[in-house]
Design a protein around this ligand. Structure first.
Ligand code: GAR
Length: 198
């Protein structure tokens, strides 16, 4: 039987891009049968874009528009059109810090996943690691889930647990959560690449 073609990924991020790097590294190491077809940021100066360019990937900076927390519908439609034109199989939100709305959701039904730094449904929203610490949680972690119209509310695909240690600061806890993100997200993408329902 012939191997299936590599899964074409569209990766969206607003920040450092360490989860994007983890996916790219897994592809380079031939642990993940996928290709990064397009990297998009809503912030033109986000490190994820320069990292992607340095690795030779195609990038696009989406106009940011008037709001910080969401794209206006016409801008999100432009973003969806970029992904469609690149024939993307799976859209990955890797530190993309805006709520996703109908234009993108309708263009990629059940083909958008997100990595979130808590054990959802606990601590949706911003700085989930700091929320967990402030709430006195003894365990936190990260979640990969399908994206729907509810913030961090789509069906959960996979989770990894991280203990909260005495003396943890938001930074130390986030660092350990990210270490888990960096294997969990490529592993989930690998399930899509293998054609298994995630
Ligand atoms: C990650 O920890 C990710 O879980 C989080 O942003 C960070 C991005 O890091 N995402 C969210 O909080 C989304 N609600 P990265 O840019 O280094 O991949």
């Amino acid at each position: 039987m012939r191997n299936p073609p590599p899964l074409k990924l569209g990766i969206l991020g607003s920040g450092r891009g360490s989860n994007f790097i983890a996916i790219s590294d897994a592809i380079r190491a031939r642990q993940l049968h996928a290709t990064v077809s397009l990297v998009i940021s809503d912030l033109a100066d986000a490190p994820i874009l320069s990292l992607a360019r340095a690795r030779g990937y195609r990038t696009w900076a989406c106009p940011a528009g008037r709001f910080k927390t969401k794209l206006e519908p016409d801008l999100e439609a432009q973003l969806a059109a970029q992904l469609r034109a690149a024939d993307i199989d799976l859209v990955i939100l890797a530190g993309y810090m805006r709520v996703v709305k109908t234009p993108l959701l309708a263009a990629f039904p059940r083909r958008i996943i997100n990595i979130h730094p808590s054990l959802l449904p606990a601590f949706p929203g911003l700085q989930a690691w700091a929320q967990a610490l402030a709430a006195g949680a003894t365990v936190s972690g990260c979640t990969v889930h399908y994206v729907n119209e509810i913030l961090d509310g789509g069906d959960i695909i996979a989770q990894a647990r991280v203990p909260v240690l005495p003396g943890d600061t938001p930074e130390t806890l986030h660092t350990r959560i990210q270490a888990e993100e960096h294997w969990l997200l490529p592993a989930v993408v690998g399930r899509f690449a293998a054609g298994k329902s995630a």
